[in-house]
Design a protein around this ligand. Structure first.
Ligand code: F3S
Length: 655
């Protein structure tokens, strides 16, 4: 039977036979895992506790790429721990300076048809080369490293038929912003977007990464392109053509839905504060004075992106009121840009080059000024994401960002370059990249690895493990949130906060710090509590600290109108019960500090429906548990670590 590309790859990785019916649980063999420094310490602490002596997947890579601003001892402590633990367990390390995880992973490890799990929501970046890449929480990575299959609710597969060709001055960013404009930040729940058609064939891998990477902002499970001639060119340029396999949808295959986008009709777009789906055209947006521009990041930090930005800036200068920085996504891209003269163009124009790292994208340096308007080529513009809640962050393409840097207001490349904008069309990815893997540390042979001592500085605190829920829960509502709460709201980003992530007792004091600075103390004093959430609770970054910190503060359940996939998984893994209001109107009847009571909790959980009584207001309401049998079991036994160890013991894998 004719199959689409996504079903083909998923079918090839099924660990248990399945009809792969959307909404039903499937189990998948994982080929590769990816972690990065500001989320990974919890992952490896969990893996240590499991007791296996080596990762059980083909390739595991630990990237040190997000927080390279060593403000004090904490981040260097983390990096030394991560480097030593990787050596111990057969994991590659990509050292600081090698580049941003997704860019390096697709270039040096990715291959069509593989299935990769990453402890980062933008892991779908690798879908650009016909690979199935899914973002998950850190505990899921530790689980995958034991060789236990990944469980996933079978997504719907949506065809995105691209026709036409991008006009000069337009970027693949326009495609994903158009997807967000049409489908919103919740539109991708339970879906894989499969990009095909004649327009897709015109996009190079560096264009495709922008689209698959930022599919995370749609809430999608992942996004994927066929492995075609563009992917062959990329793999050849990476010196890995031998790992290329042609992969695409079969003629006459079916999908669960279809979207049409004509690339020729797109014009430069801009996502306005504070959500990536708040999209309009640059032509129509209210012109504002721009204070800061950031070009680069994993979404738009490719060779072609930076070269095009440099061409827009060529012969111009960054406006005197604008601070313009550039974060190129990898060392090899930097070297190629240097060879081709683009770095000089950037420097001449007054652009400040940053480390080859995430940096400002997750508020590690370069925060905008008070009330500052920041224009960024990154993927998120949530309030506070850039490190300053008063800032207004707008998302655009590198071409448009460079134009904004020149004019000091929202502008397009065409407005700056005039007819010369056509020159941008000639810029393509190189035929060969200056490959240099000297910043990669390869896994040690098993016998040598066993002798490695793990280095644990004072910043590395033990991983807290939740208790199993009891039969009776009576507690107050410690927090009631609005819709679209992000994991950045729950666990703030910045150099300072990121460096606390290895120490939960310390970091939990800052839980919800920017949203409600009184929350942590209140939750701690209550001892146990419930959070009431709105729609799309926990969207954004995959950081599981947004579950671990509330768990540590005694949060037993989150009852929301709806919940983002990765965050829901993280809550389950860390023993917090995720519940969905059966009638969303009940949300309006509950207030912070109301007394809630759930009787026979464990028995009710088994029915996937729970009656909650609001003792303060004197009414009861129903909440659903949208959990698989395994997920339910995980919560009932006190989180994924306890569950997994039980499973592995029963299988005789550990003692
Ligand atoms: Fe890094 Fe930002 Fe991408 S934090 S991985 S550059 S989304």
């Amino acid at each position: 039977m004719a199959q689409n590309l996504s079903r083909k790859i998923l079918a090839a990785h099924l660990a248990k036979p399945s009809e792969m019916i959307p909404g039903e649980e499937i189990y998948l063999k994982v080929d590769q895992t990816l972690t990065h420094d500001i989320n990974a310490v919890m992952t490896y602490l969990a893996f240590e506790q499991i007791g296996l002596d080596r990762t059980q997947v083909e390739t595991s890579v630990s990237y040190l790429d997000h927080n390279l601003l060593y403000l004090d001892h904490k981040t260097p402590d983390d990096h030394i721990y991560l480097q030593s633990v990787a050596k111990k367990y057969g994991v590659y390390v990509s050292r600081p300076g090698n580049g941003i995880c997704h860019a390096v992973h697709v270039a040096r490890f990715g291959a069509p048809g593989k299935l990769s799990m990453g402890g980062d929501s933008h892991t779908p970046h690798g879908g650009s080369i016909g690979m199935m890449c899914i973002g998950v929480g850190g505990m899921d990575i530790a689980t995958a490293m034991t060789g236990v299959p990944m469980r996933l609710k079978m997504p719907q597969i949506i065809k995105v038929n691209l026709t036409g060709k991008l006009r000069p001055g337009c970027n693949a960013k326009e495609v994903i912003l158009e997807m967000l404009r049409r489908n919103t930040v919740k539109g991708g729940f339970g879906k894989i977007y499969e990009y095909v058609g004649p327009g897709a064939a015109t996009l190079e891998v560096s264009d495709r990464v922008t689209i698959t990477n930022m599919g995370a902002e749609l809430g999608a499970t992942t996004s994927i392109f066929p492995a075609d001639e563009m992917v062959r060119k990329f793999m050849k340029a990476e010196g890995r053509e031998d790992q290329f396999v042609e992969l695409g949808p079969d003629e006459g295959c079916t999908y669960d839905g279809e979207i049409e986008i004509n690339l020729s009709e797109l014009e430069p777009l801009i996502a306005c504060p504070h959500q990536p789906d708040n999209v309009t055209t640059i032509r129509e947006v209210e012109k504002k004075k721009v204070q800061q521009v950031l070009i680069g990041g994993c979404t738009n930090g490719s060779y072609k992106d930076i070269a095009k930005a440099a061409m827009v800036l060529k012969g111009c200068h960054v406006h005197e009121d604008v601070s313009c920085t550039c974060a190129i996504s990898s060392k090899q891209i930097y070297k190629q840009l240097l060879r081709d003269g683009y770095i000089e163009m950037l420097i001449d124009a007054g652009v400040r080059l940053l480390e080859l790292a995430c940096g400002p994208c997750c508020a590690i340096g370069q925060s905008p000024a008070t009330d500052g308007v920041a224009v960024r080529t990154t993927n998120r513009n949530f309030k506070g994401r850039a490190g300053n809640p008063t800032a207004k962050v707008y998302l655009v393409s590198p071409e448009s960002a460079a134009a904004c840097a020149v004019t000091g207001t929202f502008s397009t490349a065409e407005e700056v370059m005039g007819d010369e904008v056509r020159e941008l069309e000639a810029i393509e990815e190189p035929d060969f990249y200056p490959i240099d893997d000297s910043q990669l540390i390869r896994p040690l042979p098993p016998e040598e690895a066993k002798k490695v001592e793990i280095v644990r500085g004072p910043n590395i605190a033990p991983l807290p493990v939740p208790d199993a829920p009891g039969q009776h829960l009576e507690c107050k509502v410690s927090l009631k949130t609005v819709d679209n709460i992000t994991t950045d709201d729950i666990t703030p980003a910045s150099a300072e906060f990121s460096s606390m992530r290895s120490n939960i007792p310390f970091m939990s004091q800052y839980c919800y710090h920017r949203y409600d600075p009184t929350f942590a103390a209140r939750a701690k004093e209550l001892g146990k509590s419930i959070i009431i959430g709105g729609d799309n609770y926990g969207q954004g970054s995959s950081r599981e600290h947004a579950a671990i910190n509330p768990m540590y503060l005694g949060v037993k359940a989150v009852i929301a109108k709806s919940m983002a996939r990765i965050h829901k998984g993280n809550l389950v893994n860390h023993g917090i019960i995720p519940m969905i209001f059966e009638d969303p109107a009940d949300y309006d009847r509950i207030d912070q500090m109301d007394d809630l009571e759930i009787e026979n909790l464990r028995d009710q959980m088994a029915e996937r429906e729970v009656t909650v009584t609001d003792r303060t207001k004197g009414f009861s309401f129903r909440a659903r548990l949208e959990l698989s049998d395994d997920e339910l079991e995980v919560i009932l036994c006190g989180g994924q670590l306890r569950y997994l160890k039980n499973e592995l013991r029963q299988m005789g894998v550990i003692e």
